[in-house]
Every structure is written in C-alpha cells, then in structure tokens.
Design a protein around this ligand. Structure first.
Ligand code: ADP
Length: 491
C-alpha cells in the first residue's frame, strides 16, 4: 500500500476536475453572453428595418390618398427619405410603360394592398434595389427603394467591420447588408425573422461565428493556475499535518513501549533491590569475619547468616512483585470497542515511511465486514506496532523485491483475528519455542522484550498471541481479541 502517491494522485485529480469544470463554466458563460449580445443587436436591426418598410406602405397610402401630379410633392420625397431613390406614377388613364409594373398593378388591385414589383431574374434585387407599388385610381404610385440606405449608418446597431453577418433574404436570394466574418469550427449563432410589412416580404437573417480563439483563455488560464495553487497549498498543509501526527504517534508508541518494557522494570528493580542486596552483602561479610576468628564466633556468625537469608528472601519478593506487576497490567481499564481494521491501518500509516524505505510491499486481506474487538486502543496499537516492526526487521535478510507484508483480518469463534504475515526467513523449532520468553532475542541490539510484552498485553485484554510459519516461507503472528458484540457477532 503506497498511500503518499495515491494521495498525490487524488489531490491532482481533484484539482484537475475543479479546474476543468470551472474553465468550462467560464467558457459557457462567455458564449451565453456573446449569444445574448448577438440576439439583442439582431432584434434592434430587425425593428429598424421593419419600421422602414412599414413607412414605405404609409408613404404609398398617403400618395394614393392625395393623388399628387407629376412634378408635384412626390418628386421631393427622395430628399426627405434618403432610401427612396425615385417615385414612379402611372398617369391618369395611361398604362405603365413596363410589363412588370403593369402586372404588379393588377396584383395590387386584386389584393387591395401594396405589392413588390416582380423581377424574375432578381436583377434589381441583386443591384441592391426593389420597387413597391400601390395601385389606385386615377393614378397608381410606386417607390424605388435603395436597400443599402434603408437604415442610416448612424442608427445601425452593428459595426461595419464587426463579426456579425447580416442579409435580407427574398425567395432564396440574398442581399448582404453587413459582410461579417465566417470561420470553421467553434460555435454559430443564427437569427431569422420576416420584416413586419406584408408588401415587402423580406426575411432578415443574421449569423455570428465564434471561434475557439475568442474564448476567454486568459481568465480560464488564471482560474486553472489559481485552483492549482490553492490545491497545492492545501495538499502541502495536509501532508505536513499528517507527517506531524505520524511523528507524534511514533514518539508516543515508542515512549509507552520503552516505559512498559524496560524503564519501569529497571528503575523499580534498581531501587527496591539496592537495599536488601547491600544488607545481604554486609551480613555475609560479617559472618565471614566471625568465622575467620580464632576460635570462630559461630553463634554470632549464624545470626548474621540468618539475617542475610532474610534479606535474600526480601530481594526475591521484590523481584516476584515486579514480575506480577508486569505480567498483570491494569486489565480492562480502557477496554472499549475498537474496529480492528482502524487500529491496523493507524499503525501501517505510522510505519508507512519505514515500509517505503525498506521497499516492503503491503497487502491486505479483508472480510466483507471487518471485526470490531474489545481492547485498550493504545495497547492494541502497541502490539500491532511490535509485530509489524519485527516483520520489517526480519525481512531485512531477504532481497528487496521479495519483501512482502500481508495483514489478514477475520473473525473466528467469538474472537476478532489479525494475522501479520511476512516473507522473511521465519524461524526454526528451537526459536519458536522461546519467542515469547522475556529477554530472548536473536537480533543484534535486540532486547527480547517485544513479543513477551505483546503476549502479556494480548492476554490482559482477554485474548491471545500465537506464532506460526507462513507458506512458502516467513513468519505469521496471530492476534485474537474478543469481539465487541460478544461471541459470534462480527461487531
Ligand atoms: P527483539 O525484537 O528485541 O529481538 P522480540 O521479543 O520482539 O524482541 O523478538 C524476539 C525474537 O523473535 C527476535 O529476536 C527474532 O529472533 C524472533 N522474531 C520475532 N519476530 C520475527 C519474525 N517476524 N520473523 C522471524 N523471527 C522473528
């Protein structure tokens, strides 16, 4: 189990997801803003153009009503309406000089409204003009309109060199009002709506192409950098915090272990044995002297030897009491339900740098529901810590590629079971018999107290610790502790 790289990958993945999601949202918001601006401009253009074509109907209606003659006010119209190029009129009882105008006159009479003068080849429209005619008696009128001058540039909402393409469509023929810019890839916004006058059935069409280059890359890059920075800072802070916790925990386990195993025992023994041993020495020396006298003072020497025997008994009692204290720690004092997996994971987390340094691969075998046991959490972690440390030390004797540590959890007969299995050299029968003896060690610099203390702690919590051989090689230590839910329950 390599926790550090997994955590780094998780942080990096999290940062990437947040950065990408944020950048996508920014791009989408920018596109929505651009679409909104495009639609607003297109709607303004449509309103202005509609006003103009409706105005042409109103002008024709006024001409028809007032019936001005040639050279009359009608000729002055182009100076008032710049888009009107010319005013045509059919003289009283005369015919239109042109067949298209005559046909439009007949249609206008039939439909009782102004109509567009037909132009099958679309030549007039292609040249940027069209003619709208209103038939009446005695005179009919027609306006020749300049498409480009429909809306004065000062009122036109779109800049000349802007990206929006804009054209009027008449039966599939297009008159471009605004060239705009086109491009491949990216996004396209479209707008299409008929102008508001039935007599001039043009459709206003507009389109806007947004290329990839137009996305707000600078803001998106700033966002990605900001997310990266914040997540890196968080990861570093979290890393420091767990390193500190690991160091504190290791110190605590080490202190408890040493105090339990050796410190208390040695300090207590030194203190309590000092006095009887001194007295014993004094008495035996005195007896020696008395026996060396001529004649020897046997009676006094006997008294001194008696006292020496008393002191030796006292020393034996001190040793016995200390031994009982060590073997029967304050059991049950802190026995609480502890998830066995949590305890094992805590220890492995603490020893993770050790495992990494030694190139030891850690594997877990877990049941569907890992057991919860009744234990003193500190003592339990201390036992697991000792077992794992022993396994790591044993595996120093095998090549790096073969160093494998397996932790197996399970439950059997009312006990939660933790097996710590290594792939080290294991041990022979002679060593196996003595593993749990205090001060038995085969390690240079070893104290030989670890396993005996672990066994004492396991028994103190109502459980047991046993040693066996792993297949195909190595050692396996099995720790049994009562299940928290009583016999048979996994919890
Ligand atoms: P120490 O580690 O100080 O020697 P321990 O009581 O922890 O004391 O271990 C006693 C002895 O048991 C070790 O010196 C070693 O010979 C043997 N031992 C313990 N664990 C293992 C193991 N996983 N594989 C092989 N031998 C082991």
């Amino acid at each position: 189990m390599r926790r550090a790289p997994i955590r780094t990958v998780a942080w990096a993945l999290g940062a990437a997801v947040i950065a990408v999601a944020g950048a996508v949202l920014m791009a989408r918001a920018d596109l929505a803003r651009q679409r909104e601006a495009f639609e607003t401009d297109a709607r303004i253009a449509h309103r202005l153009l509609s006003q103009r074509v409706v105005q042409h109907e109103a002008i024709l209606a006024t001409l028809v009503l007032l019936q001005p003659g040639p050279g009359d006010a009608a000729d002055r119209l182009p100076s008032v309406y710049p888009q009107v190029l010319r005013v045509l009129q059919r003289e009283r009882d005369a015919a239109w000089p042109d067949a298209a105008l005559a046909a439009a006159d007949a249609r206008s009479r039939q439909q009782r409204r102004a109509v567009l003068v037909g132009d099958p080849a679309g030549r007039e429209f292609a040249a940027g003009r069209y003619t709208v005619l209103q038939a009446a008696d005695p005179m009919s009128y027609a306006l020749v309109v300049d498409l480009k001058a429909l809306v004065p540039r000062t009122e036109w909402p779109l800049p000349d060199d802007g990206p929006v393409r804009c054209w009027l469509d008449l039966d599939g023929r297009a008159q471009v009002l605004q060239p705009g810019r086109d491009g491949a890839g990216g996004w396209r916004f479209d707008f299409a709506k008929h102008l508001a006058a039935e007599s001039q059935p043009f459709e206003l069409r507009a389109s806007r192409h947004v290329g990839w280059a137009e996305l707000p890359w600078a803001a998106m890059a700033a966002w990605v950098l900001a997310v990266g920075g914040v997540v890196a800072a968080l990861a570093a802070w979290q890393g420091q915090r767990s390193e500190r916790r690991r160091a504190e925990e290791l110190l605590r386990l080490g202190q408890i272990g040493r105090l339990n195993a050796l410190g208390e025992l040695a300090a207590g023994m030194a203190h309590e044995l000092n006095q009887p041993l001194t007295a014993l020495l004094a008495n035996t020396r005195a007896a020696q002297r008395l026996l060396d006298e001529d004649p020897p003072d046997i009676a006094t020497a006997r008294g001194a030897m008696g006292q020496a025997a008393d002191q030796a008994r006292r020393a034996a009692e001190v040793v016995g009491r200390l031994r009982r204290t060590v073997e029967r720690p304050d059991r049950g004092a802190a026995a609480v339900p502890v998830p066995l997996l949590d305890a094992a994971r805590n220890v492995l987390f603490l020893l993770e740098p050790e495992c990494r340094r030694r190139g030891v691969e850690v594997a877990w075998q877990l049941p569907a529901v890992p057991p919860t046991v009744r234990a003193d959490p500190v003592a339990l972690e201390q036992v697991v810590h000792n077992l794992v440390m022993n396994a790591l030390q044993a595996m120093e004797q095998v090549p790096v590629g073969e160093r494998r540590l397996t932790l197996v959890l399970g439950a059997e007969g009312g006990f939660g079971v933790l097996r710590v299995r290594d792939h080290g050299p294991g041990f022979g029968d002679a060593v196996m018999l003595r593993l749990f003896e205090p001060f038995f060690t085969t390690r240079e610099g070893g104290l030989g107290l670890g396993l005996s203390l672990c066994e004492t702690l396991a028994v103190g919590m109502g459980g047991s610790l046993t040693a066996g051989r792993a297949e195909p090689r190595g050692a396996e230590f099995r720790l049994d502790l009562p299940l928290a839910g009583g016999a048979g329950g996994a919890r």
